[in-house]
Write a protein that binds this ligand. Sequence first.
Ligand code: PBG
Length: 332
Amino acid sequence: MQPIHAPFPATRLRRLRKSPALRALTQENLLSAGNLIWPVFIREGEGIEEPVASLPGVNRLSLDRLLGRAEEALALGIPAICLFPYTDQSLRTEGCEEAWSPDNLTNRAIRALKRELPELAVMTDIALDPYNANGHDGFVREGVIVNDETVAALVKMALAQAEAGADILGPSDMMDGRIGAIRQALEAAGHKDVAIMSYAAKYASAFYGPFRDAVGASARLTGDKKTYQMNPANSDEALRLVARDLSEGADMVMVKPGMPYLDICRRVKDAFGAPTFAYQVSGEYAMIRAAALNGWIDGEKAMAESLMAFRRAGCDGILTYFAPEMARLLRA
Ligand code: PBG
């Protein structure tokens, strides 16, 4: 739709940019703390906030510290937190049994958060990589990442997380059929109000590098994830994946990574009108942070601009490691 306007000089588009007041009146999109989900890395221990070298400003938190930080995030207006465990190396096996242990690190964190901060929504990640001896999101059998056997394990993982009190489950594994299988299992177990945010369009991306350091999977990963994550050259396929996941029972869908895939966000939002999220992933955060630390860009402005871009592209919300910093800036 093209707005009709008279030719120059009757129309001078700069008129509406001349002052902060006119710019505010004509601003098309808004970003608020309520749009942010904060991904957090957790680890065993007490009193620990352990820096991640490739993610300056991001720490792995022991559960006591997690509660303090989560309380601050909630006070800043951030509605949800997403948990990613750094699993002890001794618990990473080919069978990934720790993934569905009711008392694993993630499930203990969910219980502690729901007990102390019930208003804060807790989201989890469903995939086997933090528990897998070889760093893949699914079971590996003779060099192949097997689909159906993995889905059965993901269902067990989902049920354990729902049982612990998770509000939103985030299957990030890209196996076929996992949304339907998880949704049916949740219904059967009486977890009717647990939401699923499907990592629907998840690309095989170089931008996940610092995340794999943070969860301790980098050194273990053999090969790449191209047989299950998407080809960065594809766009129509993202729509097929989103349609499939919505039809299987996803409540919300995600595009990941974020900034290099804003065109996908827009297509997904326009095609389905479903709650659409983007994950501004570790490598995107690291790029902005590293340039800012070098004095090459204004980190605060770049952060705010990058997050507004997701709103402009049609996203309802953004998972971002910047969440607390952005929320603080919005408050200022
Ligand atoms: C694992 C998972 C990954 C991320 C979120 N969940 C890594 C991967 O797929 O290898 C990446 C997030 C980030 O880079 O910030 N299933």
